[in-house]
Design a protein around this ligand. Structure first.
Ligand code: FAD
Length: 443
């Protein structure tokens, strides 16, 4: 959906010249120290550095190379391979295999012609337009931050690192692409019974409907394997949502003896060592748990000094950005893509922190940067969102939610939510068509 045109100038230093392709593929640094220039520039086009190669970052990399052929596009990613959040709940109970969710990144880098560096982004010198990484410095004309989320254990434990680490290692939540995915899968498959607690983060958090999907699929696994387990969902919200009716029906009709949903159960205190949790809806003991603390923008936004501040002067936890251009409010050479994005609208707050939105914004930002580089007006475009959630493993059935966006007369973004609460096998087919289409877009 197109809407207003906005003029944002290209940086004056940026001279467009003959199309010279950057070296595609994986870059190997030779020496490593804090002043090392990791990648000397090639060509005369702008250098665009993307921090984080997940759903949003990989999409942006592909489309930047396509829309600005002379650009030197560099993708910095800490993980050796791509791991998808979507489908990872189904992977937990073997509906899809590891190769489906875990993909090679070098192939797309070579196919689309961007430079992939496997490294940790450690900081920024925005005055000099430099990204610091574990392997040296990388300079940029435009910077895209696409690092996803972090688990804010400090909201529960303050500076008590022992409690944070114990919680992370003993009750992993697997909401970030890393080794926790395997740890959670193993935990589930070794679970012999008892009370499994799931805490949900307060909104906004990554993929709002997916913790309920995970509860359904874990319950289905327990039912199928006759494991005498109970799942207690401790939800800070007053009711299930989105797709609340669909989930309520699934919990009540498919897993009445397994899943209990506790509303208004915001976490007050967690004692991971003694397996006790205090919430606004009461205190609970557990045998095992999937403990999700509040989510925040990934560390890189904090390192860049670009976290928003609320009316109370405290950090919002999310990027401080223009709601329709996705640039940092204080630095228009920096863009945000994906879950780390900040406040968008007084009607609904944040865009859903979903892969669908990250993919859509990756394309929008690539197009907006291309418009700037070629001296055109920037056309602000709104995303859409679509999420499919499996609630039954046999027969396989899903529910789904769609979000549409438009502008009101004052330029405020409005959201329309359409829940598909009736679980059907047709939605499973739609889900696989959706994920294969998205994967083909950037992998
Ligand atoms: C269980 C589950 C189910 C989900 N289901 C759906 C679904 O059905 N549909 C849907 O649309 N969405 C779903 N999501 C949400 C989706 O996974 C996220 O919204 C999406 O991944 C966001 O993309 P992103 O690019 O912002 O972050 P990510 O995909 O997480 O990518 C961020 C990348 O940045 C890297 N990174 C972070 N910090 C650094 C650093 N300092 N240095 C180098 N690299 C760094 C990370 O390693 C990561 O690869 C689900 C998520 C989960 C966990």
């Amino acid at each position: 959906m197109l809407n207003r045109r906005i003029f944002l100038a290209a940086p004056p230093a940026l001279a467009l010249g003959a199309a010279t392709l950057p070296t595609a593929g994986l870059a190997f640094p030779t020496a490593i120290h804090s002043k090392t220039q990791l990648l000397p520039r090639t060509g005369k086009g702008p250098r665009i550095v993307i921090c984080g190669g997940g759903w949003g970052g990989m999409t942006a990399a592909r489309y930047l190379r396509e829309l600005i052929p002379q650009a030197d596009v560099v993708l910095l990613e800490r993980n050796p391979s791509f791991w998808s959040g979507p489908m990872s709940n189904k992977w937990l109970i073997d509906i899809v295999n590891t190769d489906f969710v875990n993909r090679d990144m070098l192939g797309p880098a070579n196919k689309y012609g961007y430079t992939l560096v496997n490294t940790e982004v450690t900081g920024f010198d925005r005055d000099k337009k430099i990204v610091r990484t574990a392997q040296g410095n990388v300079d940029y004309d435009y910077l895209i931050l696409a690092g996803g989320i972090r688990n804010a254990y400090d909201a529960w434990f303050g500076n008590d690192r022992k409690a944070s680490e114990y919680t992370r290692t003993h009750f992993p939540n697997a909401y970030i692409p890393n080794g926790e995915m395997f740890a959670l899968k193993r935990k589930l498959h070794e679970f012999k019974g008892g009370v499994m607690v799931m805490t949900l983060p307060p909104p906004p958090h990554r993929c709002p409907p997916s913790p309920y999907e995970r509860a359904c699929l874990m319950a289905w696994h327990m039912k199928k394997n006759k494991i005498p387990g109970k799942i207690l969902i401790l939800d800070p919200k007053p009711k299930i949502g989105p797709i609340g009716e669909g989930y309520r029906a699934a919990f009540g009709e498919l897993y009445p003896d397994i899943i209990t949903h506790v509303p208004n159960a915001g976490v007050k205190e967690v004692d991971p060592f003694n397996k006790r949790i205090k919430t606004a809806a009461g205190d609970f003991d557990f045998d095992d748990a999937v403990l999700m603390p509040p989510h925040q923008a990934s560390d890189m936004v904090w390192h860049a000094g670009l976290i928003g501040k609320g009316a109370d002067g405290k950090p919002t936890g999310w990027a401080d950005m223009h709601p329709r251009l996705f640039t940092a409010n204080s630095d228009d050479s920096v863009y945000f893509v994906g879950d780390l994005m900040g406040f968008v609208s007084s009607q609904f707050g944040h865009y859903p922190k979903s892969a669908h939105v990250a993919n859509a914004i990756g394309k929008i930002v690539a197009r907006n940067i291309a418009e700037r580089v070629s001296g055109k007006e920037v056309v602000a475009v709104l995303p859409d969102n679509l999420c499919y959630m499996m609630v039954n493993g046999d027969p396989q059935e899903e529910i789904s939610v769609k979000f549409e966006y438009e502008l009101d007369a004052s330029g405020r973004v409005l959201q329309n939510q359409i829940d598909m609460d009736v679980r059907t096998n047709d939605l499973v087919k739609d889900d696989f068509a959706w994920i294969n289409g998205r994967f083909n877009d950037f992998l």
